[in-house]
Design a protein around this ligand. Structure first.
Ligand SMILES: NC(=O)c1ccc[n+]([C@@H]2O[C@H](COP(=O)([O-])OP(=O)(O)OC[C@H]3O[C@@H](n4cnc5c(N)ncnc54)[C@H](O)[C@@H]3O)[C@@H](O)[C@H]2O)c1
Ligand SMILES: [Zn+2]
Length: 412
């Protein structure tokens, strides 16, 4: 038989040995809904979603809920249970609802992954059963990892409950936990069965996390969508004041841009090294690690975006006006652009934040690939960053910051 060359995105190679090239394509599809009050027994959405493949049978489901939601509304697990009971023709709830510790705790402990997997084992869920995960990005990432491992993948329905999870973390194809001093060190690519964004869930979200999620919208607007950036700037005050119409608009726009990127980039499982949606994230992930995960992802992203925007300006890629528009808009929204961790030095005298570049390169594989804006709505990839310019950018941000204002509030 004729040997096909071994093809990869980055090049091809002929094998001189007897080789059969395996080659197939798998297509994925999942709906992402934007809705309200999905656990109201009158609402058909969840029941119709579990039956979207028209299998016409009862579906077994195990429910996991973020502890933050339950602390804010004690009767929430009961409401979910009542919904499932009201739809017994299609849904069979396995065991009790499980409450998962919310926030960074969810992603910091393999025991929680094992515990979640044990719950699925005890419920004897099969691959065509459902895991329904209701929570912020952290809980969705941890439960999603467990669900992807059991039987090599149980169907996952996500009901994201934070701004960040609805506009970013909950709509994509990844999960994971933090380990070995790195964000998302362990995880899998595993598209969900469906995503149900329920805006009513956001009502109990603490303001820090409400505002934090807006950082991901800035991130994607700055590199992809100037009109969206203008909208964010014009609505910064309203967003900070928890205007529901404004937040729903930006969640939909941001989620749509993410979905379009995953669908059209040609690299949904990130086999190459370029990851434009991780603009600002080499710094953000390192800040989260340095803060021992006391800094929330959204606030860390805001600082990473500010730093890389300032770096791009110092490198002559952006004008001072564009840089000021970004930093001003972040500030108006209540997002931080400065933390003392940016200037913390390690034993070798080097800024600890700089290790974020090495971690980022290791996580993505291949050469370093950092996305930087070249105008509002346009981007480029760079393969090295000048550390002296990063240090200059940090000094610039420090000068702009009113220190008292940023010392408190975003570390909890
Ligand atoms: N998988 C991905 O593609 C992806 C993308 C972006 C971010 N992430 C990850 O998402 C995580 C951040 O997620 P997040 O910003 O959603 O925060 P989070 O999940 O850490 O939650 C923040 C806090 O809000 C609480 N909470 C959640 N929903 C609530 C509600 N409705 N009412 C009251 N309290 C509520 C949680 O208990 C927690 O205390 C990070 O670990 C980040 O790495 C993953
Ligand atoms: Zn992010």
């Amino acid at each position: 038989m004729k040997q096909k060359p071994h093809g990869t995105k980055t090049g091809t190679k002929d094998f001189p040995v007897d080789c059969q090239m395996q080659d197939f394509t798998v297509s994925f599809d999942y709906p992402v809904y934007f809705s309200q009050d999905i656990f109201n027994p009158e609402n058909d959405l969840l029941a119709s979603v579990v039956d979207r493949r028209m299998e016409f049978r009862r579906h077994r489901a195990k429910v996991f809920i973020d502890s933050g939601i339950v602390e804010a509304s004690k009767d929430f697990p009961q409401r979910v249970k009542a919904y499932m009971e009201s739809r017994q023709d299609l849904l069979e709830m396995e065991g009790a609802v499980e409450i998962v510790p919310g926030g960074a705790k969810a992603k910091g402990d393999w025991d929680l992954v094992r515990h979640t997997m044990s719950s699925l084992a005890k419920s004897h869920l099969c691959r065509q059963s459902y895991v329904l995960a209701i929570g912020g990005g952290s809980v969705l990432d941890m439960v999603g990892l467990a669900a992807s491992l059991v039987h090599r993948g149980v169907r996952l329905i996500r009901a994201p409950s934070t701004v960040l999870a609805q506009n970013d973390a909950g709509v994509g194809v990844k999960n994971g936990i933090d380990d070995h001093g790195m964000k998302n060190f362990a995880g899998t690519f595993s598209p969900p069965f469906a995503v149900l964004n329920d805006f009513l869930l956001l009502r109990t979200l603490p303001s820090k996390h409400w505002i934090g999620g807006i950082a991901e919208a800035f991130k994607v607007a700055i590199i992809k969508d100037p009109d969206f950036f203008d909208f964010l700037c014009q609505n910064a005050h309203n967003l900070a004041k928890r205007d529901e119409t404004a937040i729903e608009t930006i969640i939909k726009r941001c989620a749509t841009l993410h979905l379009e990127h995953i669908r059209n980039s040609g690299d949904p499982f990130e086999l190459g090294s370029a990851r434009p949606l991780d603009f600002g994230h080499w710094c953000a992930h390192r800040l989260e690690v340095l803060s021992e995960y006391r800094m929330a992802h959204g606030q860390a992203v805001a600082m990473g975006v500010a730093l890389d925007t300032c770096y791009a300006r110092l490198m002559g890629m952006l004008t001072a006006q564009e840089q000021d528009a970004v930093i001003g808009a972040l500030e108006k929204t209540g997002l931080p652009f400065w933390s003392d961790l940016l200037e913390r030095k390690g034993k070798n005298g080097e800024l600890e934040i700089l290790k974020g570049l090495d971690d980022f390169q290791e996580h993505l594989g291949g050469s370093l690939n950092v996305t930087l804006p070249t105008a509002i709505g346009r981007k480029t990839e760079v393969h090295e960053m000048d550390k002296s310019v990063i240090i200059e950018a940090i000094a610039h941000l420090k000068n702009r910051a009113v220190p008292q204002r940023f010392q408190e509030g975003f570390l909890s």
